[in-house]
Ligand binder design. Structure first.
Ligand code: ZN
Ligand code: ZN
Length: 417
């Protein structure tokens, strides 16, 4: 693993440029090569051993003393033990169980696994941040910046952030910041908002047990297909009829499997779906209605229904002060007209919520949609992280870190004086 990482090694010497933009500009070719290398070697959640090795080696060369966390995660402090405030910046590292359909020269070498959410880019951004901060280690305001490289953000294996919090990754941390590239927002723009920016998720599975029989004799069956059809309609009406114009929750039935042929009334059916809510109480209300509707429709059709609910990630709450910090930093780098809260919140979910529920924090979106074309979104088989985002995103993070060390340090000094 180490020899691979050395290909991206770089020196820190007197000739090193000292503005963040210059440092990152000089480093950009190496960061792009590193991103392509990560893309070629995607790893699923909690299996990011190779990625962990590359991140660790890169950080060690910069003078960090990185440590493993949550199995395949990495935590690194810019200035451990230095007095003053501490903030954390987070990147996720895992890939998805999706087969890559691009003909990129650096396409995934692993069948059925690919970086289709851009976490290869997020990891690379944070290594750029690590390099820029290390080059300015002695000129930054007092305090520490902790870099969090988390495993397992995606899907059923997700929740790497929760494990990191449990293992103490946020101990001593005042604020935490994270981001996602987002092709559904225009490239060159940043979107950030105060309050909930991503939803809590619950998934459900409903098994309908009836009594099958000959299609010519429905009167002697208890038909799970007709019950299921009514159930789809009733379930999809819960949010539409039960919330009103304020919105804030979505319920989608996503699968209904029942029956296989023309002349048989099946005995069993299975429905799958998801509930997303931007308010915890509202989420509970929807789940309570889900239970009532399933029981009621099943009873009306004389079938038995078994409902299983799985809890996903909680709501991602942006602290208003931290969201403002991101807004100002992004406006500084990109221009004020390119930063807004438009399109937020999203009904998607993200396990950065575990960090942002533990300490104040903010999560922002960096637009990646190319003008005049339908840019494949995250999780699309043709998706690829846009390398042009690496430097501006890293600059935003560095700006956030410097601003917060200065402001939190000044606030701390006022408190103790
Ligand atoms: Zn994803
Ligand atoms: Zn993602």
């Amino acid at each position: 693993m180490r020899p691979v990482a050395r290909r991206f090694s770089f020196r820190q010497d007197a000739a090193m440029p000292d503005t963040v933009a210059d440092i990152l500009h000089d480093l950009e070719p190496r960061l792009r090569a590193l991103r392509h290398d990560l893309h070629r070697h995607p790893e699923l959640g909690f299996e990011e051993q190779r990625t962990q090795g590359i991140v660790t080696a890169f950080l060690e060369e910069l003078g960090y003393a990185p440590r493993a966390c949550a199995g395949t995660g990495v935590v690194a402090d810019l200035r451990p033990g230095v007095a003053g405030p501490a903030i954390a910046l987070r990147a996720d590292m895992d890939a998805l169980p999706i087969h890559e359909e691009t003909d990129l020269p650096y396409r995934s070498i692993h069948d059925g696994v690919a970086h289709k959410c851009g976490h290869d880019g997020h990891t690379t951004v944070m290594l750029g941040v690590a390099a820029a901060l290390a080059a300015r280690r002695d000129s930054l305001p007092p305090g520490n910046v902790r870099l969090l490289f988390q495993p397992a953000e995606e899907g059923v294996r997700g929740g790497g952030a929760r494990v990191m919090v449990e293992e103490g990754a946020l101990e001593g941390i005042a604020e935490v910041y994270g981001h996602h590239n987002w092709p559904n927002f225009p490239k060159g723009e940043v979107r950030v908002a105060a309050g909930p920016v991503m939803a809590q998720e619950a998934t459900f599975r409903i098994t309908l047990e009836g009594w099958g029989g000959h299609a010519s004799q429905p009167q002697v069956t208890r038909d799970p297909l007709t019950a299921g059809a009514h159930m789809v309609t009733a379930l999809n009406s819960i949010a539409a009829r039960g919330i009103g114009h304020h919105g804030g929750a979505v319920l989608s039935v996503t699968s209904f499997q029942c029956g296989t042929t023309r002349n048989v009334i099946p005995g069993r059916g299975v429905l799958l779906g998801t509930v997303r809510a931007l308010d915890a109480a509202l989420g509970e209300r929807i789940l309570a209605r889900l239970e009532q509707v399933v029981a009621g429709v099943a009873a009306a059709h004389a079938v038995e229904a078994h409902l299983e609910v799985g809890r996903g990630f909680p709501i991602l709450p942006n602290d208003p002060g931290c969201a403002e910090v991101v807004h100002e930093a992004a406006a500084e780098i990109l221009g004020a007209e390119r930063v807004s809260a438009a399109g937020l919140p999203l009904a998607a979910s993200e396990d950065f919520s575990y960090f942002a529920q533990a300490v104040p924090g903010a999560y922002f979106f960096v637009g990646a949609g190319r003008e005049g074309e339908e840019t494949p979104g995250c999780h699309h088989p043709d998706f690829d992280y846009d390398d042009a985002l690496i430097v501006p995103t890293a600059r935003i993070f560095v700006r956030i870190a410097e601003d917060r060390l200065r402001a939190l340090g000044a606030a701390g000094a006022r408190e103790t004086s």
